[in-house]
Design a protein around this ligand. Structure first.
Ligand code: UTP
Length: 291
């Protein structure tokens, strides 16, 4: 029987230390790419992929996320009174996108632990996971690309990206059998390997579709060296009992949780906006970049 995916989980309880000092009092998920918070791009990708329900894993200091996806009656009233209809639609959109619920991860005990926190809200069904820092521009939403594989194989699927050898040690990396057309059957995963130990140049990106079996795998995965439950360890456990596929997705990914990646994403997204593309290109063209 084919089971369709109705829920997506967004872990957003991390401390965002790479983005200090901005993230001391602002969740990094609320930093804007042009004019839209990073997390809204994630929710839009989920909705555009055909998934109607979103579970956001939050923590202390993350209440702006809940406000963003809620209605703001005062703001709406002011915009309506001033007949600012376009701005009103922009302000209302986040609250109309999806059915969003929240649960708290009380301590930042790792990405695997954050995903496990969603178990009571997801239940015994397949679900997607989207890491909001990874912002992806793609003709077909990345989660949709994974869902198409899930629908075909009824198995877990993770998004993969080729990474140059000298940068591979920053990523989780897979060992995998090439099935053709960008599809792989995963045989092992390693978190941040040394360049010479990396089993491939295929890095794990923050998009996944899981069977509910990942929950019991995570429950059986102990905390690693730094006391965190790693998602990659949970997937390695899942591999013992179920096939897990990898898909080299079509699209461009930006690491917006990193300062340089965030700047690059801002430029890339601004260049897609008709009102900014030409003036921004002109600005970049006319800068004196020095020697
Ligand atoms: P990161 O590895 O980017 O960690 O987490 P972080 O804490 O957010 O940021 P840095 O590295 O300190 O700058 C990847 C994703 O997993 C979530 C984060 O919110 C982010 O979306 N996460 C991580 C949790 O929800 N809980 C955790 O315990 C760890």
């Amino acid at each position: 029987m084919q089971v369709s995916v109705r829920k997506a989980v967004i872990p957003a309880a991390g401390l965002g230390t790479r983005f200090l000092p901005a993230t001391k009092s602002i969740p990094k998920e609320m930093l804007p790419l042009v004019d839209k918070p990073i997390i809204q791009y994630g929710v839009e990708e989920i909705v555009d992929s055909g998934i109607p329900e979103v579970v956001i894993i939050t923590g202390r200091g993350k209440s702006p996320l809940e406000d963003h996806f809620d209605r703001s009656f005062e703001l709406e009233h002011v915009l309506r009174t001033r007949q600012k209809h376009e701005l009103l639609a922009i302000a209302q959109r986040p609250s109309q996108l999806a059915q969003v619920s929240y649960t708290r991860q009380q301590e930042a005990r790792g990405l695997g632990h954050a995903v496990l926190c969603a178990k009571p809200l997801v239940g015994d069904e397949p679900f997607a996971v989207l890491l909001p820092d990874d912002v992806i521009q793609a003709a077909i939403p990345c989660i949709r690309q994974l869902l198409d594989i899930h629908d075909q194989y009824q198995a877990s699927v993770i998004a993969l990206m080729e990474v140059p050898k000298d940068r591979i040690s920053a990523y989780g990396v897979v060992a995998a059998e090439d099935l053709g057309n960008g599809l792989y059957r995963i045989t092992d995963l390693v978190e941040k390997p040394k360049m010479e130990d990396a089993p491939s140049n295929l890095a794990i990106i923050g998009r996944y579709v899981f069977t509910p079996g990942i929950f019991s795998s995570l429950e059986q995965t102990g905390p690693g060296a730094i006391g965190e439950i790693q998602l990659t360890d949970g997937i390695r456990h899942l591999l013992r009992t179920q096939p897990v596929y990898g898909l080299k997705f079509a699209g461009t990914r930006y690491d917006a949780g990193d300062k340089l990646g965030f700047l690059q994403a801002n430029v890339a997204f601004a260049l897609q906006r008709p009102e900014f593309a030409e003036p921004l290109k002109e600005f970049l063209r006319t800068q004196d970049w020095g020697a």
